[in-house]
Design a protein around this ligand. Structure first.
Ligand code: MRU
Length: 331
């Protein structure tokens, strides 16, 4: 498979995730405009990959600024556009900030830092995956057979590099021979579950079944999953979790059914400067993403891309370094 995102001879290459799975198209990104556009239309997406793209975007901006003779104010304005290309995933802002701080050291230093961020994201994802799988095996030790895991959106290599987070946990369970199958929410309206997660699971040879978003909570209530595992775009200081719209209803269902609801994230997704979920900016996208093609012309829509799951509904947040249980966050 082509790498999800990479730095190559002074520009960025990225798999166009908006075109998958029907077309495998590699984007060549050389300007800030192209990077902002690719992030905005979700050709580049998933919190850890957005972080990597942010750092690479700063490296691009520095090169473009040298080419086009930008002054400091223009460079800062272009970097701000990258940081604000999407609001919810804290990784984007965080890594843009880290790369921008390296600018006084020169273009090569920014590029080195951005490439290092890619490697760090891949390494962290494998550690999150193994830790999460070990936790789940313990938490589900009463399950009668191999584990049935419900997941939402896309959290594999496409979103994270390496193994992914929630999908990395699934992969580690599969490698250990203790996974039965995965239930994959289609993830309306942009279908990251149907398009991307099913594509990745198929390549990995992991048994999976696609389900409508609305079916998930009901299927959980019927005992059809042993655990729910998801990623996140931001975890607030109190443990509240922002993730793809539809996550909250799975958490409620898991809570009621008494099965683990696990959030797998790199430490870079934890935002200790945001007190609670109420303060996390939630992206609202174009109405047409929902209304076209089914609704009558002129129908209005409210298109939240993310929701907040309160810490009290989260059994565990698993990172590469630690496991935080039952919303017990250090105050
Ligand atoms: O809108 P997207 O596709 O960028 O949303 C992605 C998600 O919600 C993922 O669950 C999240 O970024 C975690 S990726 C490990």
């Amino acid at each position: 498979m082509e790498p999800t995102i990479a730095w190559q001879d002074g520009h960025v290459t990225a798999l166009d995730q908006a075109a998958l799975p029907h077309e495998v198209r590699v984007l060549r990104i050389t300007t800030v405009d192209e990077m902002v556009e690719a992030i905005g239309r979700l050709a580049i997406r998933g919190a850890p990959v957005l972080g990597a793209a942010g750092a690479l975007g700063v490296a691009l901006a520095v090169r473009q600024g040298e080419r086009d003779g930008w002054d400091g104010a223009r460079l800062a304005a272009e970097i701000k556009r990258i940081a604000e290309a999407r609001p919810t995933a804290v990784n984007l802002r965080r890594e843009v900030g880290a790369a921008a701080a390296a600018i006084p050291l020169g273009a090569a230093a920014v590029e080195d830092l951005a490439v290092r961020k890619l490697e760090e994201a891949a390494t962290a994802s494998i550690r999150v995956s193994e830790r999460g799988a070990a936790y789940l095996r313990e938490a589900c030790d009463a399950a009668p057979g191999p584990l049935r895991v419900h997941t939402h959106c896309n959290t594999g290599a496409l979103a994270c590099l390496g193994w992914g987070t929630a999908l990395g946990v699934v992969r580690a369970l599969h490698n250990a021979g203790v996974l039965s199958h995965v239930l994959v929410d289609e993830t309306r309206p942009l279908l990251q579950g149907a398009r991307l997660t099913c594509w990745e699971l198929r390549q990995l040879g992991i048994e999976h079944y696609l389900v409508c978003d609305g079916a998930g909570p009901f299927m959980i209530s019927q005992g059809m999953a042993d655990a729910v595992v998801v990623g996140a775009d931001r975890v607030a200081a109190n443990g509240d979790v922002a993730n793809k719209i539809g996550t909250y209803s799975l958490a409620l269902a898991a809570h009621r059914a008494g099965i683990p609801f696990v959030v797998a994230v790199p430490e870079s997704t934890i935002d200790s400067s945001t007190a609670s979920g109420q303060a996390i900016p939630l992206e609202r996208r174009r109405e047409e993403e929902i209304t076209v093609p089914a609704a009558p012309a002129g129908t209005r829509a409210v298109n939240y891309a993310f929701d907040i799951t309160p810490a009290a509904l989260v059994s565990a947040v698993v990172t590469e370094d630690r496991i935080i249980l039952n919303g017990r966050w250090p105050s």
